[in-house]
Write a protein that binds this ligand. Structure first.
Ligand SMILES: NC(=O)c1ccc[n+]([C@@H]2O[C@H](COP(=O)([O-])OP(=O)(O)OC[C@H]3O[C@@H](n4cnc5c(N)ncnc54)[C@H](OP(=O)(O)O)[C@@H]3O)[C@@H](O)[C@H]2O)c1
Length: 240
């Protein structure tokens, strides 16, 4: 069975990815920074006949990323799925709208957003590239956001989150070039839509199962000609 490793799998889109890949018969390594508090994930793992395994990983704690990579040494990871992300503490947490505005920016928060959304996926890819290279599918995926598209930015604001997703796209594009030619690894950046999670808030337009089912289809269809591009959950390509 193919194997997917998912970061931020204890809630939101990451948890839904774990559910859907497990239901499709995949083996799942579901990463959470606090496994002891990941109750929904523990329930999924308990009901999975050992196919869903929970691993501790905080993507900003590089020692924890390296430790997870060492524990999983020798495993072949078909899809490395970077879902963990944050809008920072300048959000309401309910509606997902940042309260940080120009003139009152919190730069400590800004740096933390970059650590989670940009440096985190890059470090995870660096630590696990060998695991991906020995798999059949060889795919590295990052959950980005349409707000990282410079062409689509018509509303301004969102400095840290928008900047982090644009930077994530730039980083993943370089990985597509560097890892594609040398190791045959495919890379995709995905926009999930506006989804009802803790981040998206209750007024979002999509349910997580719909968004994730669409993204799994896009990942499954990814081939060498599509690597290094930016896709919406429904398969429509997005501009940079
Ligand atoms: N929901 C949307 O409408 C939407 C739209 C566009 C893009 N996205 C992107 O989709 C991805 C998933 O978002 P979501 O809606 O599922 O968000 P969410 O419900 O807020 O969940 C965020 C997940 O990321 C994890 N996380 C945060 N910091 C972490 C760290 N340092 N190390 C490891 N895990 C960490 C959280 O773990 P804890 O529980 O430990 O905090 C949680 O599992 C993100 O990259 C987000 O930017 C979401």
């Amino acid at each position: 069975m193919p194997l997917v490793l998912i970061t931020g799998a204890n809630r939101g889109l990451g948890l839904e990815f774990a559910r859907q890949y497990a239901a499709a018969g995949w083996d799942v390594i579901a990463c959470a920074r606090k496994p002891e508090a990941a109750e929904a994930l523990a329930a999924l793992a308990a009901a999975s006949d050992g196919r869903v395994v929970v691993e501790q990983m905080d993507v900003t704690d590089h020692a924890s990323v390296d430790a997870a990579a060492r524990r999983l040494e020798g495993r072949a990871i078909d899809v490395l799925l970077n879902s963990a992300g944050t809008m920072g503490r300048g959000t309401t947490g309910k509606e997902g709208f940042p309260t940080n505005t120009f003139g009152a920016l919190d730069y400590t928060d800004f740096e933390e957003i970059l650590r989670v959304n940009v440096v985190g996926p890059l470090k995870v890819t660096e630590a696990f590239v060998g695991h991906v290279a020995r798999s059949s599918q060889k795919k590295c995926v990052a959950i980005s956001s349409v707000v990282g598209s410079i062409a689509e930015n018509t509303s301004g604001g969102l400095y840290a989150y928008r900047g982090s997703k644009a930077a994530l796209n730039a980083v993943m594009k370089s990985l597509a070039i560097d890892l594609g030619s040398k190791r045959g690894i495919l890379v995709a950046m995905l926009h999930p839509g506006w989804v009802r999670t803790d981040m998206g808030g209750p007024r979002a337009s999509l349910d997580a199962p719909v968004s994730v089912a669409g993204m799994i289809k896009v990942i499954a269809g990814l081939d060498a000609g599509q690597s290094g591009r930016f896709w919406r959950f429904d398969g429509k390509e997005l501009p940079w």
